[in-house]
Structure formats: structure tokens, C-alpha cells
Write a protein that binds this ligand. Structure first.
Ligand SMILES: C[S@@+](CC[C@H](N)C(=O)[O-])C[C@H]1O[C@@H](n2cnc3c(N)ncnc32)[C@H](O)[C@@H]1O
Length: 234
């Protein structure tokens, strides 16, 4: 088991409440999951094996698995509590025979298996610092052959501070309409402490340095963003 901070951040209590909490904090969560599934369907054949990095409670596996009966998944996550939830959600969806689990950080995955595509949804903003993000993205690149797509999503920080402040304030306003004031204050305090908002320009450098094509945006809602890139041949 990894001692990465995410293991502490995603303990049993957090894992138990995650599916409800993420849908409140990320109003477009289900649209994001649908978008990722559609974008990958445009790129993958009927039979494919996907690496689901930071699988968490398995929303992307359930969404893609139900829509594509020929896809198999390897769920990789260093949090045993999140993976337990993932197993239970996958089993409730009747997909247990198409999913295998690896209790590890992507950059510490054993073996050399390669995949047809990878997803990394809402993971990079939990990885603190450029060096750690580089190791993570290189870990993904090592698992993909030339041409294979990587789709990721995270909370990003626009280049301008004014734009960041505006989108942050708009997000709080949206949350206040969905949650009571104390819950919103607690959630935003936790977000300020625990999230490393990703700068898209910096992540583009990291991704292209790791051997991917320049990313294309696929999703955007306030500070939530999604991108796709492909593994280059070189
Ligand atoms: C916010 S959850 C996202 C879960 C799911 N992908 C989703 O879209 O809801 C982030 C997950 O990333 C995992 N994680 C953090 N660092 C990781 C790493 N280096 N490799 C793989 N997973 C990681 C955490 O344990 C956590 O379960």
C-alpha cells in the first residue's frame, strides 16, 4: 500500500460519502462522465482494455462499462477504502467480471502491461507539486502505446487571478443553492487546503514532455475542466 497523502485523504468516511458529495461539489459530474465515455467511444474499438487511474468509487467504470460491453477495466487507486466502494458499485452494476483492481499509485504500478486507453478523472488536483505530477503522468505514458488516448479532468486555475476569483465566487454561489451555509464553508476550507489547482499551461508542458500530443479540451464548467491527448509515436 502507498503512503501517498491521497490514502489519508480518501479514508473510509470520505469514501462512504464520496458519491453524494462529488455530485454536489461538481454540478456537472455526470455530464463529465458521459462526455468522457463518448469521447473514448469515438476512439476505441468494440473490444478494449482501459486503465482507470484514480478510479475512486468507480463512476467512470460503471458509466463506460454499461455502455460498452466489450470494454474491460483495470482500476488503479492507492486508497483501499475507495477501491472497496468501487468493487461494490461495480458489482451492483453487474460488471464484476470485467474489472480488475490494483491497490497502488499509478507511478508505482507493478508489471509492464500496456492498455488501449487511460482515464484520470479528478486525480491530478490531489497531486502536490510539479515533480510528483510529472511522475504520475509519466506513469500513465509508460502504460500506453503510440496513438492511445489519455483523458483527464481536474480543477484548474485560469492564468488570470481575476478569472480565478470570479469562477471561485461563482462556484460558491452555486454551492450555496445546494448545501447549507456551514457545509459550504467547511467544503471550501477543505478545498483551499487540499486541492492543488492545476494550471493548464503547466500541465500541457508536463503531458507533452511525457510523450503525449498537445491536449484538446473536452469539458469545462467553471473551474472543472477535461482534456484528451494521445500517446505520440516518438
Ligand atoms: C476525487 S477521487 C476521483 C475518483 C473518480 N475518478 C471520479 O471521477 O470520481 C481521486 C482518487 O484519486 C486517487 N489517487 C490519488 N493519487 C493517485 C495516484 N498517484 N495514482 C492513482 N490514484 C491516485 C485517490 O486515492 C482517489 O481515490
Amino acid at each position: 500500500m502507498s503512503d501517498a497523502p491521497s490514502v489519508q485523504q480518501f479514508g473510509p468516511d470520505r469514501a462512504a460519502g464520496y458519491d453524494d458529495r462529488i455530485r454536489r461539489l461538481c454540478p456537472g459530474y455526470d455530464v463529465l462522465q458521459d462526455t468522457v465515455a463518448s469521447v473514448l467511444a469515438a476512439r476505441l474499438p468494440e473490444r478494449a482494455h482501459l486503465l482507470v487511474a484514480g478510479a475512486g468509487t468507480g463512476a467512470e467504470i460503471v458509466r463506460m462499462g454499461q455502455a460498452h460491453s466489450g470494454w474491460r477495466f483495470t482500476a488503479v487507486d492507492p486508497s483501499p477504502a475507495m477501491l472497496d466502494r468501487c468493487r461494490s458499485n461495480v458489482s451492483d452494476a453487474g460488471l464484476e467480471n470485467r474489472v480488475e483492481y490494483l491497490d497502488a499509485a499509478v507511478e508505482e504500478m507493478p508489471g509492464a502491461r500496456s492498455f488501449d486507453a487511460a482515464t484520470s478523472l479528478l486525480v491530478t488536483h490531489f497531486i502536490d507539486g510539479r515533480a510528483a505530477t510529472q511522475r504520475y503522468v509519466r506513469g500513465l505514458a509508460e502504460r500506453l502505446p503510440p496513438g492511445a488516448p489519455l483523458v483527464w479532468a481536474d480543477l484548474h486555475r485560469p492564468a488570470s487571478d481575476e478569472a480565478f476569483r470570479t469562477l471561485w465566487a461563482a462556484w460558491r454561489t452555486q454551492m450555496r443553492a445546494r448545501l447549507d451555509a456551514d457545509t459550504v464553508e467547511d467544503a471550501f476550507e477543505e478545498i483551499e487546503e487540499g486541492i492543488s489547482f492545476v494550471r493548464p499551461a503547466a500541465l500541457t508542458h508536463i503531458v507533452t514532455d511525457a510523450g503525449f500530443t498537445p491536449p484538446t479540451p473536452i469539458y469545462r464548467q467553471l473551474l472543472w475542466g477535461g482534456w484528451i491527448a494521445s500517446r505520440r509515436a516518438d
